[in-house]
Design a protein around this ligand. Structure first.
Ligand code: SAH
Length: 343
């Protein structure tokens, strides 16, 4: 079955031409798909014959919201989507002053193995297709009725481990005939896969790169993030520097505060030393308690922030949304998997 959702208008035009259709059908189908129709039958400006032909040869598999949690505190909505093959992924919709932001998953599971993260516990099952990445945005918007203006690739999975599909998704979601979400409204978060950072730098896209730093010293970082053994933090800082020089875009460093592990003053000093001269921003994240993980949230967040600031760095503490739902990525999928096991 052809995966139409993953195709650009140009590719769709080719696909439809091969079915004997005029060129303009490509754009028509693209527009319908990006509106989030539920079936080919809803594409009312196509003939019945064509709709039937499409239904017979092309996949039409919008994700199913199998769970939906709405925070009573701040309206954050978390979706557990079931994909066509039965796998589940999560997306989270957050309402900020600057617009509604959806956090999407890039893979089913993750193989990066960060010790504090729920998404990686059962490893990676598979990559998401460009269409599955896009559907999270389309159907979160459709189901919630809230127009989405921003996207963060910070859900389950490592975007750089599925970069071809992620790049194709960016092209689709950025397209004027589709959702038309600008690159400056999109953030991509990586645990530090250097070749991916370099590829993005080459492309010079105007998106925001977030780097999950979590420790500035190799010893600590290797303990909590196995990726550091393949791409040491020293090289990561150098790659970030090149990325900034190439794109002119400041990098956001994510830093989950873990009690007694990465919250010492000397680590704040080391961050400052490493990012000197590189306009960046450190985002301190209160660690989400993951049942399976031995790590506890740090109590030194405010002190650590002050310490960074004495070095002239901008550091913010991430406001936690959806505290009353399992809004930290990977947790809802974990819970559903555990419950299934128990059944
Ligand atoms: N793989 C990508 C994107 C997904 S994770 C990456 O690593 O950046 C999104 C962010 O949540 C990352 O910064 C990740 O390190 C962080 N994170 C994972 N588990 C967490 C937890 N228990 N508490 C706080 N942040 C966590």
């Amino acid at each position: 079955m052809t995966d139409l959702k993953s195709q650009t208008p140009e590719e769709l035009t080719k696909t439809l031409k091969a079915m004997g259709e005029p060129a303009f059908r490509g754009k028509q189908v693209f527009t319908w798909l990006h509106k989030g129709v539920g079936s080919f039958d809803e594409m009312t400006n196509l003939s019945k014959a064509l709709r039937e032909k499409l239904a017979g040869t092309c996949a039409f598999t919008p994700p199913k919201a199998v769970r939906k949690q709405v925070s009573k505190l701040d309206g954050t909505i978390k979706y557990l989507w079931e994909l066509a093959d039965g796998n589940c992924i999560e997306s989270v919709l957050m309402q900020y002053h600057h617009g509604n932001t959806v956090c999407i998953s890039s893979q089913v599971g993750c193989r990066m193995g960060c010790a504090f993260c729920a998404s990686t516990i059962a490893g990676k099952v598979r990559d998401l297709t460009p269409g599955e990445l896009l559907d999270q945005v389309i159907f979160t918007q459709k189901d919630s009725g809230l127009p989405i203006s921003n996207i963060v690739l910070m859900g389950i999975g490592e975007p750089m481990d599925n970069l071809d599909n992620v790049l194709k998704f960016l092209e689709l979601v950025n397209h004027p005939d589709g959702l038309n979400i600008g690159m400056r409204h999109i953030s991509l978060s990586t645990c530090g896969v250097i070749p991916g950072i370099e590829r993005l730098a080459e492309l010079g896209l105007q998106l925001t790169l977030s780097v999950s730093l979590h420790a500035p010293d190799g010893e600590t970082r290797s303990k909590i993030m196995p990726v550091n053994r393949a791409y040491p933090v020293e090289d990561l800082f150098a790659a970030c520097r090149r990325y900034f020089e190439r794109t002119g875009r400041r990098i956001s460093f994510e830093y989950a505060m873990i009690d007694g592990v990465n919250d010492h003053d000397w680590q704040a000093d080391l961050i400052a030393e490493k990012v000197r001269g590189m306009p960046g921003h450190v985002n301190l994240i209160p660690l989400n308690d993951v049942v399976e993980s031995p790590f506890k949230p740090s109590k030194r967040t405010a002190a650590f922030q002050k310490r960074l600031e004495t070095h002239g760095l901008t550091a913010t503490v991430r406001r936690s949304l959806g505290g009353d739902i399992d809004a930290s990525c990977g947790q809802l999928r974990r819970k559903a998997m555990e419950e299934q096991k128990g059944e």
